[in-house]
Ligand binder design. Sequence first.
Ligand code: C5P
Length: 219
Amino acid sequence: LAGGPLAGKRVLVTSGPTHEPIDPVRYIANRSSGAQGTAIAEALRDFGAEVVFVTGPADAARPGGMEVVEVESATEMLAAVEAALPVHAAVFAAAVADWRVTSAATSKIKKVGGKLPVLEFAENPDILATVSRMKTGRPDLVVGFAAETDDVIENASAKRLRKGCDWIVANDVRPETGIMGGDENAVHLIMEDGVEDWPRMGKAEVAKRLAERIAEALA
Ligand code: C5P
């Protein structure tokens, strides 16, 4: 069934953690279930958008009715995102690892009598900032996420400017909120001209409201 407020719009969503290999059997990762990113992709699909869903190795079941691109590392995620462009809007919900191991071993690192391995790190590309700062072919709307425990609005507003994205969805992840790993989210939508404080609600409801805002912005 064609139609919906996002009919004819192509949107990209990144979701889940990335895994940065240490050797063929070990990796470094962020904690992320992929639940919020998956819900956003589904809401955008339900609004009629053509969705490309780029996901790291997340627990959440993969959404149907869209192109799903599976990646492992941040480097792979950036390549998949660049391959998916151009899009009208991009939502970066993935919890990307900040660092990768400089030269991952090609065979399993052995335990040898008390000698500890030393890992050297390199900085991963910032996918959100890279796309936000594109000179040509930048999406009309770029949305990033920020998980903050302190001064949520101030830190997320600074992040919006630093990354160059249009909006930031700021999550209040103070431990006492129980948000991390839960079914609910408490977010603030930070835009150039103001902040919306959304009441605590289910992740599907956050996704639907965000999809509504995106449809209005692209209209
Ligand atoms: O800097 P921080 O990791 O807090 O920024 C979070 C936002 O930036 C999220 O939208 C996340 O998906 C995005 N990000 C990214 N690539 C990175 C790090 C973060 O796209 N390497």
